[in-house]
Ligand binder design. Structure first.
Ligand code: AR6
Length: 180
């Protein structure tokens, strides 16, 4: 699937991988974090466990310096990837799903601002989990559609975006959305 910039003919390939994001090789791995940046469950817990203490140390330093109030929903920040097979972790915070408020733009922003940060780091390959589709309660189908729409329409220098599905059903949903 091709997307990306028109002005310089650059294209971005989007691929789908089923499995654990901590085993994916990419310049930058995206973490579906929370505003505290101090860890949690789900993919955040897995990334901190696999990345090791250097990741939490870097997050604590961010909280002690540039982000005393934590990371805003829809924003992104980078740290070392520690022991992960990546150069950086880009931490972003997806919105919690709401039945009374449309938070789609915030979820899109988690993807697009992660890609903008990847560009500024010089990362050419990035891997995303399905942000907000776990503890934050987004219906999987909606989370997939927002993810695919955001990455296929983004303006970015990233060459390869890998969407990591933790299970077969999610992988199927993503593949289906990519071929629409
Ligand atoms: N690799 C790839 N995908 C994973 C992995 C993994 N190792 N583990 C889970 N997933 P969630 P959220 C999938 O809950 O909804 C944390 O506590 C999972 O199946 O990790 O954005 C944070 O600290 C789901 O599809 O993130 C926050 O407090 C997707 O990753 C909060 O949860 C996202 O599920 C963030 O909630």
């Amino acid at each position: 699937v091709r997307g990306g910039r028109d002005d310089d003919q650059a294209t971005t390939s989007i691929r789908v991988v089923r499995g654990d994001i901590t085993a994916v090789h990419a310049d930058a791995i995206i973490n579906a974090a929370n505003s505290s940046l101090l860890g949690g469950g789900g993919v955040d817990g897995a990334i901190h466990r696999a990345g090791g203490p250097a990741v939490l140390d870097a997050c604590k330093t961010l909280r002690a310096t540039t982000l005393p109030d934590g990371l805003a929903v829809g924003a992104a920040v980078a740290t070392t990837a520690g022991n992960l097979p990546a150069q950086w972790i880009i931490h972003t915070v997806g919105p919690r799903h709401s039945t009374t408020e449309d938070r789609t733009d915030l979820l899109r922003s988690a993807y697009t601002r992660s890609l903008t940060l990847a560009d500024s780091l010089g990362a050419r390959t990035v891997a995303f989990p399905l942000i907000s589709a776990g503890a934050y309660g987004w219906p999987r189908h909606d989370a997939v559609n927002v993810a695919v729409d955001a990455v296929t329409t983004a303006t970015t220098d990233v060459d390869v975006v890998t969407l990591v599905a933790y299970d077969d059903e999610t992988a199927t949903l993503i593949r289906r959305a990519l071929t629409r």
